[in-house]
Ligand binder design. Structure first.
Ligand SMILES: Nc1ncnc2c1ncn2[C@@H]1O[C@H](COP(=O)(O)OP(=O)(O)OP(=O)(O)O)[C@@H](O)[C@H]1O
Length: 225
């Protein structure tokens, strides 16, 4: 029981478009520390919608969400922002790097926001993450000078800067070729194995999903398996 890091209890979600449409029905599951979990299902089944709720970025839902045993529903936004910064690293499909800033600065930003360490220390941590992902040599390049695979690794380094207990990613290999997908998979596997970080990854890539600890399969807004 103590090993649970994320728990969703009977979550429902409606879009008002303009009439109410139910897009998530009774989402009910938990994830343990250090688990490497993927979410799969056809386009439009609700994967991204669920991930946005579980990451606390979307608060318009019914049901309960616990992160590290703390209830998230009805928490004010500044508190949720703090939980996100401290506990969750999010990797978006399209990176959302600041293109005119250096790679190093992009990776440092969530650390500077959390302000748990002085800037010099955060810079050191950022370099460690970049080296771990084998892209230390890119630290002083601008983000818009990188390839897609390199950008994705920078986005992962940025998600790791505050040592989150959970890393969530929406299609992190969606734009990558096989070699780069493989690199990203190996990084995630290493984070779950050696650092006991929890991974929750939305993916269409069946090969990728098949090699993770658990697959959550969705259909029409429900978890079917
Ligand atoms: N802002 C919105 N307003 C109304 N409906 C929405 C909105 N966002 C998503 N939807 C609908 O909710 C459903 C779930 O969308 P979601 O993006 O979660 O699916 P998905 O499984 O992640 O799809 P994909 O694999 O294509 O990214 C879809 O039917 C979509 O059209």
């Amino acid at each position: 029981m103590d090993d649970i890091i994320l728990e969703a209890r009977h979550i429902n979600k409606y879009f008002h478009d303009p009439v109410d449409v139910k897009v998530l029905s009774d989402i009910n599951f938990s994830i343990n520390k250090g688990e490497f979990v993927t979410v799969t299902g056809k386009s439009g089944c609700g994967k991204s919608t669920m991930l946005y709720i579980l990451s606390t970025m979307d608060t318009d839902y019914e049901g309960a969400l616990f992160i590290d045993h703390v209830p998230m529903a009805n928490k004010p936004e500044p508190e949720l922002a703090r939980v996100r910064n401290e506990k969750i690293g999010f990797v978006f499909q399209f990176h959302y790097l600041l293109s005119e800033f250096s790679v190093l600065h992009n990776v440092m930003l969530p650390g500077l926001k959390l302000a748990k360490y002085p800037a010099q220390e955060i810079e050191k941590h950022a370099m460690e993450r970049l080296n771990m992902l084998d892209i230390g040599r890119l630290a002083y390049k601008k983000a818009n000078q990188l390839s897609g695979g390199e950008k994705q690794r920078v986005a992962i380094a940025r998600a790791l800067i505050n040592d989150p207990c959970i890393i969530m990613a929406d299609e992190p290999t969606g734009n990558l070729d096989k070699k780069n997908s493989e690199i990203v998979f190996d990084i995630f596997r290493q984070l779950a194995g050696e650092r006991k970080q929890t991974l929750l990854i939305v993916t269409h890539d069946q090969e990728f999903a098949a090699r993770t600890d658990r697959i959550i399969k969705m259909e029409d807004g429900r978890i079917i398996k």
